[in-house]
Design a protein. Structure first.
Length: 270
């Protein structure tokens, strides 16, 4: 039998999509779900399918439709559903929402989409209705919105052992994303992400100071990091003193990449 996809109607009711046709629930029993063509009233269509009780497999289907199916309209419907979901549950830019939802959409379906300016307006309206905070474009913003300061469980991640500077994944208004990780039960876990306006030694010292305020018992035995002088100095001053004899080491991955770049610049061969 054919495959199918489950979706939602505009009224948030179950919708089944298959072979260009759409079905809504007619009735359910303990053993199966009965679906009827979405156009049963408007067009008196007699198309029907049955699925098991958990809606994972077809048990019966007929092709008694009195109208043609439209695979492109289903693609567009799924696209609109994805857009609504990402607009409601993510803080991606409006353009990023559209770009991510366009993935795997056929050229024919793309050609039938509304103008992008209308899609963008719908995204902005949805976010306004859900009171999601706007993405700032100025690093001097007053404060982080309250709903973005905690997880759904109202917990924070404030412990770390090693540090790494990542520049490619950073929002344009910041210079770098500083990610800190811990080793826990033989697994390396990211526990702190700090957006920094620059990579000066002063900023690293301030970062260490703020994390220490939040986690007074933070005193790692081992620290592994890349070979950035500013961060090395800041962490060494804090953790390699007589009272805090942490062991610091460089990251082999960064060392290897540094050597490789130097070899290439010098036109050498290995």
């Amino acid at each position: 039998m054919s495959t199918f996809t489950l979706s939602k109607t505009q009224k948030n009711k179950p919708l089944l999509l298959s072979k260009g046709f759409t079905y809504t629930i007619d009735k359910t029993t303990d053993e199966k779900t009965y679906w009827k063509c979405e156009h049963v009233r408007k067009l008196k269509c007699k198309g029907r399918v049955h699925t098991n009780s958990i809606n994972t497999a077809f048990l019966y289907e007929n092709d008694n439709h009195n109208h043609n199916g439209n695979a492109f309209s289903i693609e567009i419907r799924l696209f609109e559903e994805k857009v609504h979901d990402r607009a409601t549950n993510s803080n991606e830019t409006t353009q990023a929402v559209i770009d991510n939802c366009l993935t795997n959409l056929s050229d024919h379906a793309v050609a039938r989409l509304p103008e992008f300016k209308h899609i963008k307006r719908n995204i902005q309206n949805q976010r306004g209705q859900n009171n999601l905070p706007k993405i700032t474009h100025d690093k001097t913003f007053d404060r982080i919105p309250a709903q973005l300061t905690t997880t759904k469980r109202n917990t924070a991640f404030l412990q770390y052992d090693s540090v790494d500077g990542t520049f490619k994944a950073t929002p344009s208004i910041f210079y770098q994303l500083c990610a800190m990780h811990v080793v826990y039960r033989n697994a390396v876990l990211p526990v702190i992400f700090a957006l920094l306006p620059n990579k000066t030694e002063q900023k690293y010292r301030r970062l260490i100071e703020k994390v220490s305020e939040l986690c007074p018992l933070w005193n790692p035995k081992y620290i592994m990091m890349d070979f950035e002088k500013a961060s090395i100095n800041a962490f060494a001053d804090k953790f390699t003193t007589t009272t805090n004899p942490s062991l610091m080491s460089g990251c082999f991955f960064h060392l290897k990449n540094s050597i490789q770049r130097k070899v290439q610049v010098s036109n050498l061969t290995i």
